[in-house]
Each structure stands twice: as structure tokens, then as C-alpha cells.
Design a protein around this ligand. Sequence first.
Ligand SMILES: [Zn+2]
Ligand SMILES: [Zn+2]
Length: 530
Amino acid sequence: MYFVVIMAFALVLSDRLPVAGGSILPGAPALHQWAALGIVLAQIPLLALISGIGAVRTQYRLDGTDAGHDEAADELSWFQQFEMVVVSAFLLFTMVSTPWPQVVREVWGLGRIPLVAELVMLAPMGLGLLAAWTMQYPAELRLRVESLETPGDVTGNPEAAGNRETEAAAALRAARRTPDPARTGLGAFLFDKMRHQVLLLAVPMCLIVIAKDLLTTYGESMAAWPVPLPKDQVTRSLIINSALGTVSFIVLAFAPVMLRYIWATEPLPPGPLRERFERICKRIGLRYREILLWHTHGMAVNAAVMGFIAPLRYIMVSDALLETMDDEEIEAVFGHEAGHVRHWHLPFFGVFAIVSMYVAGGAMILLTLAYGRVDRPIDPAVTQLVALGALLVMWLFGFSWLSRRFERQADLYGVRCVTPDVKECVDRCPVHGQARGAGICVSAVNLFGRTLGRIADLNGIPRDAPSWRHGSIQSRCELLESFAGDAEAVQRFDRYIVYVKATMLALTVVGTVVAILLYYEPVMKGLGWK
Ligand SMILES: [Zn+2]
Ligand SMILES: [Zn+2]
């Protein structure tokens, strides 16, 4: 879903769409405004229909048995992925091959006001998602209720079902907001979906869109620039783009603070659970602004650490995580999230973003070198589309690959993080057993595997379902188990990730050098410094 939102904003940020000659409704956009609107609106019931079929099939499989429950979870997760493919296809088609962007910007004249045209362009997608979620609601609710009602059967951990007094339960009781059972209606469900899946990215992206609109419309004529903007077009766009890049970076750095208010959160109440988290953070040297309890109406069993730098970093644990997991499992989840921070995964995703930009730029340059001729230059819309295509491939496959590696490294960190709290262990454990050596604790691996499995079950995700960002739960557990008995494999894995990170840094340096070589001359000339 996050991928679709990012793509949507990338498309509206590109002001050269639709591609010249690529439109299915050629001619003046004004002629086709109602046809374009019709095409866009027709996508909403289509999405609802697909979603409705998925919901009916999911509920049909829920027959009260464990096998039926698993099949239903499979079915729903398959349909949700299929829906994302359909939404992406609709979006690409609308923006690239219909005059819809021009109709909104030019014919209706909305392009003059910052952000309005972009929001109107994406509104049908938002409505389509709301329609799809409305159709899915009964199926998702039933699936979730079944998961929570039969934790003993579904999760294979009968103790968790009892009413034990856990640190987590105490924390939930002390919370200012207590879960209101009446608030599980459709409205609350849709609002939660919207803010968890769309708004968390859309709000920062909207700020970037506003900055872009202001920079391009007013920036050209602004006298307030520190240096008067040069006449040269390349230098102008380079300066405006650098300014936009700086704004984007600042917005992203502050995104966790926005998230804190976009989602329903409050500081985790003082008590043994909070003390446990604080103890672990101190032990592993993790600094943060606040530990937050995240209210999801029991819909998300999840934890997250958000933020590049400590003063803007939040640790979040969801209500459902505290309700359903025991204290050690919560610690395991937390250890995984801490691993992302300690291994610099977020900054390296930023490095990946830079690398993917260089790759897209490289694709544009190669295209120009291969096919461009002085007498017949390539349509800029085509080169922009090629760059966008390169970006899509990089993010669909490259990001997914990198993210799955990082998830496994975070898993490994999580295992190491809970190891000091393991009280009893087996003889063959390389950390606690007789034959001590390098390797990771067997009990910690078991605890971690159990935790991953329970999270998958509670979130209604099949254990062998592939995931774009995380990889399947099963493959993650298997890797950890193989590590438990093989110290060498752990070292190999650690080294491997170091190589991956080093390669990314090297590519960034190479790309930057190439960019400087390409732009140094024209920019210096444009600024009149040479
Ligand atoms: Zn993770
Ligand atoms: Zn051990």
C-alpha cells in the first residue's frame, strides 16, 4: 500500500503527464473533460466489485475450523495484494494515458492553487480505496475476531489465552484512552485504515507538493532568492530542485512527529513495562524522544521505531500487541525494531533512494545518448517516463530485496537483544550451554520464532505468504534456526550486509561524481561564475 501512495505522489509531482501522443483521448483536453471524469469515476465501482468478491470468498471459507481460518486469511491477503496491483494499474493508466491531469490542472484551472489540483487528481483513488475497504470490512472483522477469540488454537501458545497479570496488561489499564468496544464500527475502521495506510505518507507528501507548487509558480519570479536566479533553464531547474530536495529532507525528518498525531497515540504509562523498555534501551544504547502506546482498536499487532535522529525518534507499541502477547514476546518484537535503528536501516533506505535516483537519471542519459539527435530531440515526457519506469523497477524489486535483508538483520539483532533476559536454556545452546562458543542463543531463537508466528496469526497473515517488504515469516524463522547451530553462518550474514551497505555507499559516491561532472560546467556558466 505504501508503495502505491508513493507512486501516486510521484505521478502528481510530475507535471508533464499525460505523455504526449500516449493519450487514448487525443486532442484538446477541454473536449474530453467529461469522458476523462467518467473513466476515472468508473474505477471506483470496479474496485469495490473486486473487493466485494474477495470479501465474499473470504467469509465463505470461514467455517469455524483452523484450516478454514488459514484458508480465509490466505484468500484475503491474496485479494488485498491483487487490489494493490489493480489500484496501481488504474493510477498509471489514468495519469499517463488519459487527459485527466490536464483536465484538472488546465481545463478546470485548479493548477493555480497549491496542492488543490494534486488532491483532486488523486481523490478518485482515495474514494476507490474507501469503497474497497467498505466491502472488505465484514470479512476483515470476522477474521480478526476469530483470531482473537481462539488464541490457544490459532497461536499454539495456550498460556497467552489466560488472564495472567502481565506488565502489558497493567500498562493498558493505566492508559488514558481505554479501548471502547463500541468503536469498532465501519467509520472507525475506515478512519483507521486511512490514517494507517495512506495519511502517514500522504501528509508529509502533501507538504512536499505544496513546496513544489510554491517553488515552481512563485520561485521563478521570486526576488527573495539569496542570489538572483540565472536565466539558464538547466541551472534554474537545478536550483529549484535542490531547494525542493532540502524541503523534502526536512519534512521527512519531522515525519515521525506528524505521525504521532496522525495516529492515535499517547505516551506509554509509567510502570513495569515502560521500565523494561527503558532498561533495554539503556543496555543497547538506543536513544529516543518518547515511547508511545498506539491505539488501533485492537486491529494491528505491531511495534515500530520511527525517526532518523534521537530527538525526533519515537518507539511505538500497539494496543493489540500489549493485549495479546506476553512480556517476553513484546520484548522480542521491540528488539527487532531496535535492530532497525542500531543497524542504521532507515538512513540506508535514504541512501537507496539516492542510488535509485541516480539509476533513473542514468537511464535518462543513456536514452538520450542512444536515440537523441540534435535535429530531433526526444520528447521530455518520454525521458521522464523512462526515468519513472526505472524508479518503479528499483523500488519494486531493489527496495524489496534490500528491505528483506534488513528485516533478517533486525531479527538477528532481536534475538541477541532478548538473550540476556533468557533465564533457562538448553544444553546445546552456544551462549548458555556446556560447549560455549560463538553463535546465538537457542532459546532466544525459539522465543523469536514463536513471536513472529503469533504476530502473523494475529494479523491474519499466512506464515508462508510472501511479503514485499518483510519476506515470509517461515523463511525468517528458518534462517534464524539455521543460525542457532552455525556460528559461521551468522558471521557470513553479518559480513554480507556490510558488503551490501558498502556497495550502496560506493554507488552513491560514483553517482555524485558523475552528476558533478555533468552539471559543473553548465551550472558555473549559468551562475555567471565562469
Ligand atoms: Zn522490521
Ligand atoms: Zn541460550
